[in-house]
Design a protein. Structure first.
Ligand code: ADP
Length: 524
């Protein structure tokens, strides 16, 4: 796994060393001498985590709390305020106030930019702390959170800080015969935005959502996933430290009912959601009441394709990385691996070797390459898929659940002999489980790769540049990675075709999620 030093690139080492953590002392990845918790982390999880509404931290109005657990041990980690519809009402009204009349409403792009940049700096200053919180809460290795999640989150704020001063419409002539007109468009912030995020990259998903909304001048109510609220709450504290005016960034914790209260709220102008396709569809229903704008970043069942002419030393570890990174809990995971027949056996053997070499353990152990799945529910779900694969006749070459008395560990799992109508091939597993298929011709391959309701991402491994472009064009997906996988960058748009979503995250494209276009027409 290329927790590549401090870079914000998440691709496997080009020389094909595969799933081996490269720890770089100079870059400070080993700066934490032990896997003990930092004092600030210990203090943070000792007190109940509250909701941030109008610049104040408060318990839920109903006084309810829920617990979050450490998935490596199953122990309770923290108590969290459970926001209900009354808390959402209060947060929406604070966000409305901030949007319409607070200092936020009068701030220039340059002033917004400074605050957003400062938040990026604060994230970086708290790198170890945020990485520990993420590892504790989500289970992912500390080293991965430190090399990837946290720096990418800081980068997202900095990238969007740049856009805050570059938001403008067009000027153009119209042909209306009724007179002489001057016409132009303005880009205006959509308003009060509800943002509902998942547990797989808790801090990074908060950054993907908050940064562009703030760049455009919206005010936000963020609803973190119930499994992983720690870093979102800490991010709220850092936003206050950065100096965002009260009501601009609100964080309300809770479950699906909290999210539904936000998505259906009549005074929310837009809802942005990342999560499962099933919940994404229910967000659409919730949003109907006031026809609020909706953007959705949903599930996937992404094909990863290895042609016989690929550099297999890169493609094999790349395929392992595509599915096993973040324990397969990625919407873009390369969960269907298609391999050209003449190299099929070699690739299969290679991916099994990669899978077996991965060290699974507690994320805070610096030697760990794959932590536990996020929760008991997710563990049971993934194990259920593995059982169904075996029951329906697929062959499990390696992997499966780790028997033990604590923690939600599943080993990297490889299936062959799977058929297109099996559950493990059709449905998003969101775990470290890959099905490997041989293919004969490019035509068959493209048909098989596109045989899915999803369209989030694909990987293509070949040394033939024409083939790479041809197949990339034929695949119906929002991202195609060629000779790489899981490369994320704040400048690179990400999102889905088909049932993988509406709209794009990151890049210039994401700004459209948070803006309205106003046409201004002046008769001269
Ligand atoms: P996953 O399946 O990966 O657990 P979900 O799609 O269930 O992810 O959840 C992603 C986010 O959506 C979480 O913050 C969760 O609380 C929230 N959520 C779940 N159900 C609903 C709902 N009906 N309406 C709004 N938000 C919801």
């Amino acid at each position: 796994l290329s927790a590549q030093t401090h870079s914000t690139r998440l691709h496997p080492p080009p020389e094909g060393r595969g799933f081996t953590l490269r720890l770089d002392k100079k870059e400070g990845i080993l700066s934490m001498e032990t896997n003990g918790l930092l004092p600030q982390v210990q203090d943070f999880i000792k007190k109940p985590l509250l909701n941030l509404i109008d610049g104040q931290w408060s318990s839920s109005i109903a006084g309810e709390e829920f617990s979050v657990e450490n998935p490596a041990t199953g122990d309770v980690l923290a108590q969290v305020a459970y926001g209900k519809s009354a808390d959402i009402d209060k947060a929406v009204s604070a966000a409305r106030n901030a949007f319409e009349s607070g200092p936020w409403a009068r701030m220039s792009g340059s002033e917004r930019s400074k605050l957003i940049w400062k938040l990026g700096d604060l994230i970086e200053t708290h790198l170890d702390e945020l990485a520990q919180l993420e590892s504790l809460d989500n289970g992912k290795p500390f080293n991965v959170a430190k090399a990837a999640d946290v720096p990418l989150a800081a980068d997202m704020f900095r990238y969007m800080a740049g856009w805050a001063t570059k938001i403008y419409g067009d000027t153009f002539a119209i042909s209306n015969p009724g007179g002489t007109f001057k016409t132009y468009t303005l880009k205006e912030p959509v308003g009060v935005v509800g943002q509902i995020i998942p547990w797989n990259f808790p801090l990074l998903m908060a950054a993907w959502k908050l940064a562009p909304a703030l760049a455009t001048g919206c005010s936000v109510i963020l609803k973190p996933a119930e499994q992983t609220p720690l870093t979102a709450v800490r991010l709220g504290e850092l936003a206050m430290e950065a100096g965002f005016p009260p009501g601009v960034v609100n964080v309300v914790n809770g479950f699906g009912d909290t999210g539904a209260a936000l998505a259906s709220h009549m005074d929310v102008d837009k809802v942005a959601f990342t999560g499962s396709t099933e919940v994404g569809k229910s967000i659409l229903n919730s949003a109907q009441g006031n026809l609020k704008k909706v953007s959705l970043e949903l599930g996937g069942k992404s094909p990863n394709i290895i042609f016989a002419d690929a550099n297999l030393d890169a493609a094999i570890p790349g395929a392992a990385f595509s599915i096993f990174f973040n324990h397969g809990q990625c919407c873009c995971a390369g969960s269907r691996l298609y391999v050209e027949e003449s190299v099929y056996e070699q690739v299969l053997e290679g991916i099994v070797q990669q899978a077996d070499a991965i060290k699974v353990g507690d994320g805070l152990d610096l030697a760990t390459q794959m932590g536990p799945l996020v929760s008991r529910e997710q563990y049971e779900r993934v194990c259920g898929f593995i059982d169904s694969g075996e029951q329906q006749g697929a062959k499990k070459l390696t992997g499966g659940k780790v028997e033990g008395d604590h923690g939600y560990f599943v080993r990297p799992t490889v299936f062959t002999n799977a058929k297109p109508d099996m559950q493990i091939v059709k449905e998003e597993i969101f775990g470290p489980v890959v099905s490997v298929f041989p293919f004969k011709s490019e035509k068959d391959l493209v048909a098989a790769a596109n045989d899915t309701n999803y369209g989030l991402a694909a990987g293509i491994w070949t040394e033939n540049v024409s083939k790479a472009h041809r197949v990339s064009s034929a695949i119906k997906a929002g991202t195609t990675w060629i000779n790489c996988y899981n490369v994320f960058d704040a400048a690179l748009p990400f999102g889905g075709y088909k049932e993988s979503g509406w709209g794009r995250e990151m890049g210039r494209d994401v700004l459209a999620n948070y803006m309205e276009t106003k046409s201004v027409c002046i008769q001269i």
